[in-house]
Design a protein around this ligand. Sequence first.
Ligand code: DLL
Length: 443
Amino acid sequence: MGKIEMEMGNGFDSVSAMDYLPVDKLRSLQFNRLKKIVSRSYDRVKLFRDRMDQRQLTPADIKSLDDIKNLPFTIKTDLRDTYPFGLFASEMKDIVRLHASSGTTGKPIVVAYTKEDVQVWANVMQRTFACCGLNKSDIIQNSYGYGLFTGGLGAHYGAETLGATVIPTSGGNTERQIMVMKDFGVTAICCTPSYFLHIIERAGEMGIDIRDLPLKAGVFGAEPWTESMRQRIEPAAGIKAYDIYGLSEIIGPGVASACSTQAGLHIFEDYFYPEIIDPQTGEVLPDGTEGELVLSTLSKWAMPIIRYRTRDITTIITEPCACGRTIRRIKRIGRRSDDMFIIRGVNVFPSQIEEGLLAVEGTLPHYQIILTRTKGLDQMEIQVEVTADVFSDKIRAMEDLMKKLSKSVEHILGIRAAITLVEPHTIQRSEGKAKRVIDNRQM
Ligand code: DLL
């Protein structure tokens, strides 16, 4: 109780109390919400009803929370196949917002919100900011893109609901971002971790050391980033860098957030029910086991999504968190199953390469992986930027560094990669989600 009062004293609304519900209360709330949302989907969404009918299931078969495992999965192509509005459970007159996510191929996916859904979203984003130690006294620069992407408006409404001052800079125009950060006394920034790296770098070039500014927190997400990256960012900017997770299909940002202990991300599971499955068999795995995260929206009215296969790989942490929140945590999401590429028979995730590179001193956190195929053989080149000092150093020092990097990556992957050291600024900077892999192999 102390915790809640303390936070409310800081200006947080009582909504944060949901993070501390006794577990039995939380489970019964989830069960009640699940029954309602399954009924709503069954009555209003054809795809869901057809799949339930095929399995000879009706909403009445949900007799406990555990019965969720009998329900059909939803996958990304379901959203594409029913483009644009086929999964909506509300009439357009009750829908107040649409967002879309472009994805890499084909049609975008479209997601919808009623007024109530927008309120839920603001609630979970407010709780996200509270998890990141922010309150109404904070000045939050929101550099997630505003537009069809969910990042900008999702964070915006949450920060306003918190009562903080929001500066809607959106992404891009980095020099202006830095001017705003300095002149407006910004205390927290929201953006992708890769864009923040770009901001730190550009600020340095403008003669501004972010460590001297009032900035104290980064609310970073929308792309995978490693613990090593966090450990590079924090001292470079003099901030705490929090990891936040979410996806358009479920709501946008606001599904899960790191807290002050920075050991995993709390899922706002009163609204998003998590399961971990074996990606091969679809079987539900016990908490503590790594697998694919599956999420069900427990109270999304316009577009309920039951058992969405996120493709994101993580583990539900079994130990309670030192912060006192009772909602469960997931481990940092280092990889998506579809980010994986295969090189000479070995499965590789970009985040493993990031770990290997950042373990070595003298590198900058800017890198790119280039895949090619020569004479039928796959090749992987890792370009990594090194500090100007290293680059102007003797050939010998560069060779030593290359060897160290190659060893560090080989230690993690078990295969060798060609490392190329490049000058600062060679690799394209991102203003949103970074593109780490360039695959030039012709399939
Ligand atoms: O990226 C929503 C968001 C906006 C999250 C701002 C956090 C902050 P999508 O564009 O639909 O939505 O992309 C969702 O991005 O399935 C993950 O693969 C990845 N992702 C998002 N956050 C993280 C994170 C937004 N913290 C997809 N760590 C998800 C790792 C993340 N991956």
